[in-house]
Design a protein around this ligand. Structure first.
Ligand code: CA
Length: 238
């Protein structure tokens, strides 16, 4: 079962697909995951369905009779009611150009046929989390560090840690991408936001505070400084 929003209804997925065996397979797998499934076999029907009852996500085949998936996507984006409706485009085409076109038209994500069901389900869940139809995962862990995102609590080896709001967001971001190196600019964008002007050196100050808050006496430093590159949540190889 997906991690449903507490008290929320089961998310509805509109599957727009003209290949009936694939449609049946998708319905079976999505229902097994706890989703409600609506179907449309062509582009016109998809638009009617969405207008009747807005789903939480549309899985939209590109090659459809009547109206192409691309055109359906374009029309949905044009309407205020469906401007933000999560859309995953399913394409039999693999050319880079086509995937770019799908995203340009307003699809949030795309997957190429043939696809693995697990991969598709992961994308669906990720997109539903972003749009708020699925609860975000509440717990992040890295080695002996634990972050409970719902309770806003951080602990290391069971010991509660006290972080300032910026240090908390910085650690949360790093814990979401363990092992990856981020430049100061990337951290500024992710943690402070693109529109706020902050000196890249500010990142160093907050990293220092974060280290002080999370690394106790005799504990490993879990933040790795990568010279001239940035920082990563990682442990230096001995
Ligand atoms: Ca098709």
């Amino acid at each position: 079962m997906p991690d449903l929003v507490p008290g929320g209804a089961r998310p509805t997925i509109l599957v727009v697909e003209d290949e009936i065996p694939l449609l049946t397979l998708l319905r079976y797998n999505l229902e097994k995951q706890g989703f409600r499934v609506e179907e449309a076999a062509d582009g016109e029907e998809a638009l009617v369905r969405v207008a009747e009852a807005k789903p939480d996500l549309v899985l939209l085949d590109w090659m459809l009779p009547q109206l192409s998936g691309l055109e359906v996507c374009r029309q949905l984006r044009r309407r205020p009611a469906t401007r933000d409706l999560p859309i995953i485009m399913v394409t039999a085409r693999t050319e880079q150009q086509d995937t770019v076109r799908a995203l340009d038209t307003g699809a949030d994500d795309y997957i190429s046929k043939p696809f693995a069901m697990d991969g598709l389900l992961a994308r669906i869940r990720a997109l539903l989390r972003r749009s708020g139809s699925l609860a975000t995962r509440g717990m992040l862990t890295f080695r002996d560090l634990t972050m409970d995102q719902d309770a806003h609590r951080v602990s290391r080896n069971g010991r509660p840690l006290h972080l300032g709001p910026t240090e908390y967001r910085l650690l949360e971001f790093l814990m979401q991408h363990p092992g990856r190196v981020f430049s100061r600019e990337q951290l500024l964008d992710a943690v402070w936001g693109r529109d706020i002007h902050v000196e890249p050196r500010t990142v160093d100050v907050h990293i220092r505070r974060l280290r002080k808050a999370i690394n106790g006496e005799g504990e490993l430093d879990v933040i790795r400084t990568v010279r001239s590159a940035g920082y990563a949540l990682d442990v230096e190889d001995a």
